[in-house]
Design a protein around this ligand. Structure first.
Ligand SMILES: Nc1ncnc2c1ncn2[C@@H]1O[C@H](COP(=O)(O)OP(=O)(O)OP(=O)(O)O)[C@@H](O)[C@H]1O
Length: 255
């Protein structure tokens, strides 16, 4: 069995004449927090889209838990335990906070038409478990008191936390976060740092994130991949990446 949870090799994505991702390699071990950084338009989100089945990569191989996933649709990949958030919050805004978490667990519910119709004991048990799981994660992300509020009425930082809870109720092994700190104030970003570390330390989840907040990236990451103009530029532990001359030139030097 491979030591890697996620392993992408030679990953490429072409849009017509634009090679947005060009032979990117990327790996995540169980229990790691790994970041992808790079300037705007470097191809980071496109890499995420290729890893999660939103795009079929035009080249390369992606393996999750040793299984090739680069030809699978997104819903099958998420069932294997690889889930993501998006750069722009994507919640069911007119549903309540709690309903957002219950809907996310529909595949864990013991549902077929008859069991749902007759509310069999097995159906009721799985409904109760989904509720307990939702309550646990609402508490964890500090949203218990907002359980019955419409998700669209939450403050922006709270919506971001709800998105993470919505991923966690599905019990993923790899959580992928696309710019989770975007739009957060420094206090909220510090809380996010704690939350992500806690997920890794106590909930058996590995984390792959795209992030522009360098303080967060340097503090939280075990390893970092730098992408520039679609191509891999550098990778390694934060200290190595921070002092890499090409990285300073391409990215850190800009800010
Ligand atoms: N569906 C698409 N069709 C055509 N071009 C695309 C598509 N998606 C992304 N691109 C292009 O691919 C390149 C990489 O974009 P991508 O969004 O992956 O960059 P990024 O590193 O995530 O940027 P940012 O940090 O600004 O979010 C850009 O030139 C973008 O315009």
């Amino acid at each position: 069995m491979s030591e890697w949870l996620l392993e992408a090799d030679d990953l490429s994505m072409r849009f017509g004449g634009l090679l947005a991702v060009d032979q990117v390699a990327l790996k995540v071990r169980p229990g790691e927090i790994v970041s992808i950084i790079g300037p705007n338009g470097a191809g980071k989100t496109t890499v995420f889209n290729c890893l999660t089945g939103f795009y079929k990569p035009t080249g390369g191989v992606v393996q999750f838990k040793g299984k090739a996933i680069h030809q699978l649709p997104g819903f099958k990949i998420s069932r294997l335990g690889l889930v993501r958030t998006f750069q722009n919050v994507r919640l069911f805004k007119s549903m309540t906070v709690l309903e957002n978490l219950l809907v996310a667990q529909h595949r864990h519910l013991n549902t077929n038409l008859l069991s749902g119709l007759f509310k069999t004991p097995a159906f009721r048990r799985s409904e109760r478990k989904a509720l307990e799981q939702s309550e646990y994660w609402l508490d964890k992300v500090g949203l218990s008191e907002f359980a019955n509020r419409e998700a669209g009425n939450l403050a922006y930082g709270q919506q971001r936390r709800l998105e993470i809870a919505r991923c966690m109720v599905t019990r993923p092994e790899l959580l992928m976060l696309d710019e989770p700190a975007a739009g957060l104030n420094p206090n909220e970003t510090a809380e996010l740092n704690e939350l992500i570390s806690d997920l890794r330390d106590h909930h058996n989840v590995s984390v792959l994130l795209i992030e522009h907040d360098m303080k967060l990236v340097m503090e939280i990451s075990d390893r970092i991949y730098v992408i520039n103009q679609g191509r891999p530029l550098a990778s390694g532990v934060p200290d190595r990446v921070r002092s890499h001359p090409e990285v300073i030139k391409a990215y850190l030097g800009e800010s």
